[in-house]
Design a protein around this ligand. Structure first.
Ligand SMILES: Cc1cc2nc3c(=O)[nH]c(=O)nc-3n(C[C@H](O)[C@H](O)[C@H](O)COP(=O)(O)OP(=O)(O)OC[C@H]3O[C@@H](n4cnc5c(N)ncnc54)[C@H](O)[C@@H]3O)c2cc1C
Length: 406
């Protein structure tokens, strides 16, 4: 079902000849996998010396649907994303084994009760404590099918595919539109220009750093996890989330994650370790770990103003500024032309704190669209454009009468 709004109408998708994906985090690796599984040859570029050099290099992350007290389309998107990721993992033991997927369940602690929902069970403080195996401080909702996995290992497993070619140490500096597609200017061990019919930008918090994407309102947010050694045999059976989260592995308790906007420093911070340590007792008072973190992970998230990702073709921002300049006047939609895009250029990113659970589904939607396949109703990209269209912030500003700089 095509979105009825002209500014979110998708362009016609042409058959795929060659595709380059820029950025080998979860977004790029899931997308490369989805395209390769559809029979396409993919070149995956990354500036780093290895796969998952950015936020996806995390050693453990939670997968659970995001829910609100009053379910809406955003909840539906995350429910679809969670279900898709579970199906992918269960259908491919090589992926779930590599990612050490642990479906131990996730308890989300609440200050105010949530109505029941088929993704979770509401439980009292006593029930939550019994499920967790430790004393839990408040009532909770329990996601029995949720759990945690190792994102970096999942990335590496996804790209072990005969149709995916990986090029590391390749820092894409500039994209240039040519008649037959795109010239991708890379700085690396040697400077190089790679040609491709289609290009997908999946480079995390750098997605708005190309001349074609500067209008994407990405804000960097630093996050740090801390790993603590248990003092004695640990009893925690599930993941626990609240203001922070606890992931029990066999040897360590992983506590995360700090959230610090406009900070791109990737050095581990002792202050964040301390805050992570102090957050444990707000979730449970019956876990004993040594106070000094033995390890940790720090990286930069790419956040958007509405916390939803950017999935789809890259809008032609100057054309949007011109075509939709009168949106604030409240004219009927039919008075506006359909959207203009930069041909054969796509973006997948802005996953913020939820990329581990949502990148697979989002990549699948985009792969299907790029390949020119017609998805089922829920799985078609057009179904989610009100939430995830890359031009939605341009439209929001134009509706408010804020001139857009493109
Ligand atoms: C501490 C922390 C904890 C988190 N916990 C969770 C969680 O529990 N559950 C959850 O769902 N999500 C979680 N997240 C969020 C999740 O990790 C991210 O949303 C996800 O990893 C984003 O993936 P990505 O591929 O978009 O970006 P990234 O993983 O950052 O990948 C971007 C890649 O692009 C490359 N790159 C950048 N610029 C260029 C360039 N110019 N040329 C070539 N390559 C380039 C980088 O080297 C990098 O490899 C957490 C994030 C952090 C930081």
């Amino acid at each position: 079902v095509q979105s009825v709004r002209p500014w979110f109408a998708l362009p016609e998708s042409k058959p795929l000849e060659s595709v380059v994906v820029i950025g080998a985090g979860l977004a790029g690796c899931h997308l490369a996998y989805e395209l390769a599984e559809r029979g396409h040859h993919v070149k995956l570029l990354d500036a780093g010396p290895e796969i998952a050099s950015g936020a996806s290099g995390n050693q453990a992350g939670i997968i659970k649907p995001f829910v609100t007290r009053e379910p809406n389309l955003v909840d539906e998107y995350y429910a679809a994303a969670f279900d898709y990721l579970l199906r992918l993992l269960f259908a491919n033991p090589s992926l779930s084994d590599a990612a050490s997927f642990n479906q131990c369940g996730v308890l989300q602690l609440l200050n105010k009760a949530y109505p029941n929902n088929n993704h979770y069970t509401a439980c009292s403080q006593q029930e939550a404590s019994s499920i967790a195996g430790v004393n839990i401080q408040s009532e909770a909702i329990f996601f029995a099918k949720a759990g945690w996995l190792k994102p970096a290992n999942l990335c590496r497993a996804l790209v072990k595919h005969p149709r995916i070619q990986i090029q590391l140490n390749c820092n894409v500096k500039r994209l240039e539109q040519r008649i037959a597609g795109w010239a991708i200017h890379c700085a690396g061990l040697t400077d190089e220009v790679i040609q491709s019919q289609k290009v997908v930008i999946t480079n995390g918090h750098h997605i708005s750093r190309f001349a074609q994407t500067t209008f994407l309102p990405i804000v960097s947010a630093r996050g740090q996890t801390s790993h603590f050694k248990f003092k004695k045999q640990q009893a925690l059976k599930t993941v626990v989330t609240g203001s922070r989260y606890l992931i029990p592995t066999t040897e360590e308790l992983i506590v995360g994650a700090s959230f610090d906007r406009d900070n791109e420093n990737r050095k581990l911070s002792p202050t964040d370790h301390k805050e992570n340590f102090l957050s444990i007792e707000k979730l449970t008072d019956s876990i004993n770990v040594f106070e000094d973190a033995v390890n940790g992970f720090c990286a930069i998230r790419a956040t958007t103003p509405d916390r939803l990702p950017l999935i789809g073709p890259v809008p032609n921002a100057p054309a949007y500024a011109n075509d939709y300049a009168n949106l604030k006047q409240g004219l009927p939609d039919s008075r506006f032309p359909t959207a203009s895009y930069l041909q054969n250029l796509f973006v997948l990113g802005g996953f913020g704190s939820r990329g581990i659970v949502s990148a697979a589904f989002s990549a699948q939607l985009l792969a299907e669209f790029i390949s020119g396949e017609i998805g089922t109703e829920q799985q078609a990209l057009s179904q989610w454009m009100d939430l995830c269209h890359p031009g939605r912030f341009l439209i929001r500003d134009l509706k408010r009468g804020i001139p857009v700089t493109a």
